[in-house]
Design a protein around this ligand. Structure first.
Ligand code: HEC
Ligand code: HEC
Length: 204
């Protein structure tokens, strides 16, 4: 075999790998019955400390479920839910929630200006990068880079995650991208940007 034939065989094997195959949303629906008790039948969480999943990038959902299952992200409510998921279950659940219409949230007027300035421009004096640089101007994220949709998310959930990144309790972000951001933020800044994000809309 010449090197091109080897490359083609490797690419073929990659596409044939069921772990990387796209999930089946209909199969995911059947597997999501237990999840909807907390994440809602329409992917809108039943309470503000839990994340909405509707319209999140399937690649990101799959990464998080794999991280919970493998112990790289730990949470008392969520970790046990992922323990017995197969790679196929994870892809199916990710396809199911990813295909749902996104949730549109509402921001409160309080601290909206501060939140917007952090989201769009970062915090120059503290060396915090603009959130929009990675999560996009409308909070739409980037599926190829596996950067999550953040817009429309519950402010309480978002603020909790920023505090978990800040303390290192959540440490599954590649290259510590989020820990580097959050460790330079005050509580006031975290709450303001979380509020602003809740009212952003990823669908133009
Ligand atoms: C008892 C309530 C509960 C159930 C049931 C539950 N979850 Fe969760 N889920 C949570 C909570 C709470 C979090 C946030 C935990 C944290 O801070 O890490 C979460 C986080 C997640 C995340 C990460 C979201 C993000 O934006 O990073 C995904 C994906 C997820 N759950 C999918 C599922 C799936 C799929 C099921 C069913 C197999 C399920 N959950 C069942 C409560 C639940
Ligand atoms: C250098 C790129 C980058 C920048 C800048 C950045 N993020 Fe992130 N963010 C990421 C990545 C990557 C993840 C996913 C980590 C993972 O895989 O678990 C993430 C995850 C998150 C999450 C968790 C989402 C969820 O559903 O659990 C929140 C919230 C978040 N970012 C908010 C912000 C805010 C607010 C800012 C600005 C203050 C910001 N990010 C700046 C790359 C970035």
């Amino acid at each position: 075999m010449n090197k091109w034939a080897i490359a083609a065989a490797l690419i073929g094997a990659w596409f044939a790998n069921p772990v990387l195959a796209a999930g089946d949303a209909a199969a995911g629906q059947a597997k999501a019955a237990v999840c909807s008790a907390c994440h809602g039948a329409d992917g809108k969480a039943i309470q503000p400390a839990y994340p909405n999943l509707a319209g999140q990038h399937p690649q990101y959902i799959a990464k998080q479920l794999t991280d919970y299952r493998d112990g790289n992200r730990v949470n008392a409510l969520m970790s046990g839910q992922a323990t017995n998921l197969t790679d196929e279950d994870i892809q199916d659940l990710a396809a199911y929630y990813g295909a749902m219409p996104k949730i549109e949230g509402v921001a409160s007027e309080e601290n909206l200006e501060l939140g917007m300035s952090i989201y769009r421009g970062g915090i120059t004096a503290a060396g915090v990068a603009a959130c929009a640089a990675c999560h996009g101007p409308a909070g739409e994220g980037n599926p190829t880079a596996v950067w999550p949709v953040v817009s429309g998310q519950n402010a309480q959930y978002t603020a909790d995650q920023l505090r978990y990144f800040r303390s290192g309790e959540r440490a599954n972000d590649p290259a510590a991208m989020m820990r580097g951001v959050a460790k330079r933020m005050t509580d006031e800044e975290i709450d303001a940007v979380a509020n602003y994000i809740a009212g952003l809309h990823a669908t133009p």
